[in-house]
Design a protein around this ligand. Structure first.
Ligand code: DP6
Length: 364
């Protein structure tokens, strides 16, 4: 499949300046994507919950470029302040999209972006940020050329998000999404994610995910470098086979509403991800002593109260605590009374499974 469209160029005298705005959430992988090949294709399938509160709000303003240069013209501000590093990263992303959207060269872009969570919180913003931007771009295509149908719109937004950051491709749908080919999930493929929202048991539609911020410091090894290290990881082949099998199993668990099977797989996935880091060459460690202290307390709480509270981890030290809505009151007191002590500045974000991205009115 190709989205390349050399015909998507503008008659610039007909274009008036405009703007588009999207809010797109972050997501938490239940079965993890870790290892990639080719042009941002995953070595194994993955499945995630889309979050609700943790999101990026992006406005894309455009006008005809006065002088069409060789590259693209993109400026980005984060929380109202011009950001050079993000401007450059976004310009690179736009340049990569030129075979799909050659008109990007004909316009000047000013992007305003803000996250709902503190910038320094140590929460990855690439999934929400890249998906918000991709949604603005597909929307812009519709405005300047021909609007796409609903399913096509989100597929293309997922495809473009993936080129920006792999995990971002799962953020464009509410509920849950699968990325990579999985038996039994229609249309699942490596190039864009597909929603499995209609397969979600009601128990999981209202699931909670509270994020404990164990450390806000910059990670010592980036996800990008981590994916790369999988190429020489001695356990890689077995891991990819395991993740493929598990993604299929997890989709079935989500359909059945089996919270115990869910939790067991969730925790094993988190620990396996970090075991892969520890068995990379060179090995590295992203969890912190407080990550382990919290894990022990969660397991103790579960033994004592029989509450189905389970954790997962991203590629970092912060913990995501997942549990059913019916147990929210009890779990929240447990977090406040026994876990906040282990968090950086006592910080945590209460989040839950969300409905997916939203198109917003532009502020003039
Ligand atoms: C551990 O999507 O951040 O969160 O494709 O290089 O941008 P790039 O990597 P990224 O990797 C995320 C890895 C993960 C697992 C997951 O979200 O599936």
């Amino acid at each position: 499949m190709t989205y390349d469209r050399p015909d998507l160029t503008l008659i610039t005298s007909e274009v008036t300046p405009g703007a588009l705005r999207w809010r797109s959430p972050s997501n938490i992988a239940l079965v993890k994507y870790w290892g990639k090949h080719g042009d941002q294709l995953p070595r194994n399938p993955s499945v995630s919950f889309t979050l609700d509160g943790a999101a990026t709000d992006t406005t894309l303003r455009y006008e005809v470029r006065e002088q069409s240069g060789s590259g693209v013209d993109v400026k980005l501000s984060l929380d109202g302040v011009h950001n050079d590093a993000f401007s450059q990263r976004t310009a690179k992303f736009f340049e990569r999209l030129l075979p799909i959207y050659p008109f990007l060269k004909q316009l000047s872009f000013a992007i305003e972006t803000k996250n709902s969570f503190p910038h320094s919180a140590g929460i990855a913003s690439s999934a929400s940020g890249m998906s918000a931007l991709a949604l603005c771009l597909v929307d812009l295509e519709g405005k300047l050329f021909k609007p796409l149908g609903n399913a096509e719109f989100f597929e293309k937004a997922s495809y473009l998000s993936r080129l920006g950051s792999g995990s971002a491709c799962r953020s464009v749908y509410g509920g849950a999404a699968v990325w990579g080919k999985v038996d039994g999930v229609a249309q699942s493929n490596e190039e864009f994610a597909v929603p499995i929202t209609d397969k979600l048991n009601p128990t999981f539609q209202t699931y909670h995910d509270d994020i404990l911020l164990i450390s806000k410091s910059e990670k010592s090894v980036s996800s990008r470098a981590g994916h790369q290290l999988m190429e020489s990881n001695p356990y890689a082949t077995a891991r990819y086979a395991q993740a493929k099998q598990r993604t299929g199993e997890m989709v079935d668990i989500l359909r059945r509403g089996d919270v115990e099977a869910f939790g067991e797989m969730l925790e094993s996935e988190a620990l396996t991800l970090h075991a892969l880091m520890m068995s990379s060459r060179p090995p590295y460690l992203l969890i912190r002593p407080n990550t382990l202290a919290v894990i022990e307390r969660i397991q103790e709480f579960r033994r004592e109260t029989k509450t189905p509270l389970y954790f997962t981890l991203d590629a970092g030290p912060n913990l995501h605590l997942l549990y059913p809505h019916a147990d929210a009151e009890q779990v929240k007191s447990f977090i406040r009374e026994q876990l906040l002590f282990f968090c950086d500045d006592g910080m945590y974000l209460a989040d839950r499974v969300g409905k997916g991205p939203e198109r917003l009115e532009v502020n003039e």
